[in-house]
Structures are given as C-alpha cells and as structure tokens.
Design a protein. Structure first.
Length: 228
C-alpha cells in the first residue's frame, strides 16, 4: 500500500524544507510514501529549495504562474499514484506525526475518507474571526449535507483512491475545501473525523487565507449542493 502526500506550495521558503523533513521522517511501517509537491508559481526562492529537495520519493511539479491553492491541489491529485492520498499544507500549522492516527480508520475498514479536526485536539488557539468563520462554514455544511462535521476547512483530508473516483474538481482557490467536502458527501460517503494537533500562524507570519475567503467558500457549499 502507498500513501501519496500532496503538498501545494506558494512562497513558503521559510518552512518548506522543514515540512518535507517532517513528512519524510513519519514512520508508516510497511506503507510506502510518495511526496508530490506542487509549486504554484513561487517567487520568493521556494523553487530553488525544491530543486534541491527532489528525489526518487519526492516529485516536484511547477506551475509557471500562481493559480491558487485549489489549482495546485488538483494538479497534485492528478499526479498522485497512492492507494491513499492526503493533503499537506507547506507551512508548519499541521503535524505529519498525525498521519498514522488519520490512516487508522481506513486501515481498519471503518472509513473511506478521514478529516483531521482542529477543534477536538490540542491546538494553539486561532484568531477569533477565523474560529467563527470556520465554525459557521461547518454549520452550513452540516445543514446542507445532513452531516455533523466539526471542521470542514481542515487541511488534513485523507482519501482512498476509490473515494475520489468520479469526482471532478474545478476550484482554483481556497474554495477547493468546500468543493471536495460537498462532492464527497454527495457520493453518500460519510466522513470520519479524528482529533489532530494544530499550531496556527498569524498573518504577519505568512498566513494567506483571510476572512474574505469565507464568502467564496460559503457560495461553493451552496452551489455544489445543487450542481456537479
């Protein structure tokens, strides 16, 4: 069995090397690990670092210009060859040591899709309005799709290859998160949640998502409830 780790990257020269180190050192036992990094038009030197990090287990794909996180995720998913696929942000907010915990429900045959919830595990508290926005979007998801997710916007989404079959993703920006969730739930796949650790960073530390991104996310939840 193989796990593909898809890492969308945009201007993360200060963290990408450490993220790759942490992903590589996670012990998955007999499970093979594949790393697919998609550089989304970085201009801060990230590409120079990635050029030195590429090897037989780490593939780097370069977008010629910045297209958005969603576009990078879509490119990574298309390139991934694993039986299981997880999305990993290129900052240090999420800890790859949580991979075994996320994989356990799938390996035990209890789930096809597992999300890591930032609101049920140890965490560095996030900014208040980010918290409110995340909880509101989770509530809207639950109302529209008859589920009980605590964290729809989490980066840590783990899928079996079968779960993603037949799903066509279109979003180019941060609305990729609600689109994936909506289309998984519309396939009648129940999402399993496990608690993860979380260390949120501040705007001045390079955090890119803002409260404005909540509006496209809300629209995506509504739109994909009724269209494919």
């Amino acid at each position: 069995m193989k796990l593909s780790v898809v890492i969308p990257v945009y201007n993360e020269r200060n963290t990408i090397k450490e993220v790759l180190r942490r992903v590589r050192q996670v012990d998955l036992g007999d499970i093979e690990k594949e790393i697919v990094v998609v550089d989304d038009g970085s201009t801060d030197g990230t590409r120079d670092i990635l050029a030195m990090e590429e090897n037989s287990a780490t593939r780097v794909i370069y977008h010629p210009e910045n297209r958005g996180k969603g576009a990078a995720v879509r490119t990574g998913l298309q390139a991934a060859t694993g039986d299981l696929i997880i999305i990993q942000d290129a900052d240090l907010e999420y800890d790859p040591e949580d991979y075994p915990k996320l994989m356990e429900p799938i390996l035990k045959g209890k789930a096809e899709v597992v999300y890591g919830s930032r609101f049920t595990g140890p965490r560095k508290n996030m900014l208040f309005w980010h918290y409110v926005g995340n909880r509101f979007l989770a509530l809207v998801t639950n109302i529209l799709y008859n589920t009980t997710l605590s964290d729809m916007e989490t980066c840590y989404k783990l899928f079996t290859r079968k779960a993603l079959e037949g799903i066509t993703l279109r979003s180019d920006r941060f609305d990729i998160e609600p689109e994936i969730t909506a289309k998984i739930l519309k396939k009648k796949i129940r999402i399993f949640e496990v608690p993860i650790s979380y260390s949120g960073r501040e705007i001045e530390e390079g955090k890119k998502i803002t409260w404005r991104d909540g509006f496209p996310a809300l629209w995506a939840l509504i739109k994909y409830r009724f269209v494919d």
